[in-house]
Design a protein around this ligand. Structure first.
Ligand code: ADP
Length: 312
């Protein structure tokens, strides 16, 4: 019995210890080999990503080179465009200047002849010449303004004045135009005493343009109404007509350079203009930090044009 305790027990314990040692070694080995496998797999993935990143970098580099080339081409064509634009503006102002003088003399001599020639038919021909030179004169004036706007030289000569004067100064001439066309010109509210710090000549030009258009696009027997009233901290001018109206898609477009409404069917009316007046008016109102626009219930239903400028 003692033999069993003294010899066998230590041997059993020794063998159990050795067994545990072997099992732990084997499991450690297995664990480390699966770790190595995972490590290799992730290394492979990282390498693949790095290859892809290098390829993408190459492509980005190539694209940025192409972009650089394109932007230098663009800069060059911008330069060319700017110089062409300058040439066009110079040409425009030269032509405008050279046409204005002979035109004035054609008009002057025609008027002189009207007084001298007694024949009715000849006098009518001469009157036609005068009205055509007036039409050309208006085009020249619009082109002059356009050239100045494009050259950034349309300067406003501002002074403080009563806004009611804007209407008062131009109404006599416009009443004659309206009368000739058979359109009734109604003068609504004209608020007195609202002062504006602005260019009176240019603001009158805007109001005159809106009124002339209203008379032009309104058939005989209908009416045009003008009013000037205080609104908030400014003054608002309204020109309401009962004329041919504007398609909803064009109430903004008509303020663009050389734009004439396409949905209006009257060719004859279109030929009387060039689509410049409203774009010039827009520049003038912008120079006064104001707002200009038009509303219309639709074709054949009249329109209302307005502009608003801050009070002094
Ligand atoms: P123009 O009258 O010389 O063509 P504008 O710039 O003054 O040039 O006007 C641009 C266009 O806006 C006109 O051709 C016309 O189609 C439209 N328009 C302007 N005023 C009116 C109005 N009162 N009623 C209807 N259409 C208008």
């Amino acid at each position: 019995m003692e033999f069993a305790i003294v010899i066998l027990l230590p041997m059993v314990l020794l063998m159990a210890g050795a067994g545990i040692l072997v099992v732990s070694q084997v499991s450690g080995f297995m664990q480390s080999s699966s770790l190595n496998q995972r490590q290799r797999f992730s290394n492979m993935l990282i390498q693949q990503y790095m290859v892809q990143i290098a390829m993408a970098q190459g492509q980005v580099f190539q694209r940025s080179r192409q972009l650089e080339a394109l932007s230098s081409k663009l800069a060059l064509s911008n330069q060319e465009l700017a110089s062409l634009n300058e040439m066009k503006s110079k040409f425009l102002s030269m032509v405008v200047h050279d046409v204005r003088t002979p035109l004035a003399s054609i008009r002057g001599f025609s008027e002189l002849l009207i007084k001298r020639i007694p024949g009715e038919r000849e006098a009518q021909y001469l009157k036609n010449i005068v009205s055509s030179t007036d039409q050309l004169g208006r085009l020249i004036a619009d082109l002059t303004d356009l050239a100045m706007i494009e050259a950034g030289k349309l300067k406003m000569e501002k002074a403080v004045f009563d806004s009611a004067e804007l209407a008062r100064d131009i109404l006599p001439a416009l009443s004659i135009n309206a009368q000739k066309k058979g359109v009734e010109l109604v003068v609504g509210e004209l608020s007195e005493g609202v002062m504006i710090n602005g260019d009176k000549f240019r603001l009158s030009q805007v109001l005159m343009n809106l009124l002339n258009n209203a008379i032009k696009f309104t058939p005989a027997g209908h009416k045009v109404e003008v009013s000037l009233r205080r609104e908030g901290r400014g003054i608002a001018a309204y020109v309401k007509d009962s004329g041919i109206g504007i398609h909803p898609s064009e109430t903004k477009k008509i303020f663009g350079k050389f734009y004439q409404a396409r949905y209006q069917k009257d060719e004859k009316l279109r030929k009387q203009g060039w689509g410049l007046g409203l774009s010039i008016a827009t520049e003038i109102i912008r120079a006064h930090k104001g707002d200009i626009g038009a509303t219309s219930p639709g074709l054949g239903k009249g329109s209302t044009f307005y502009f608003k400028v801050p009070a002094a």
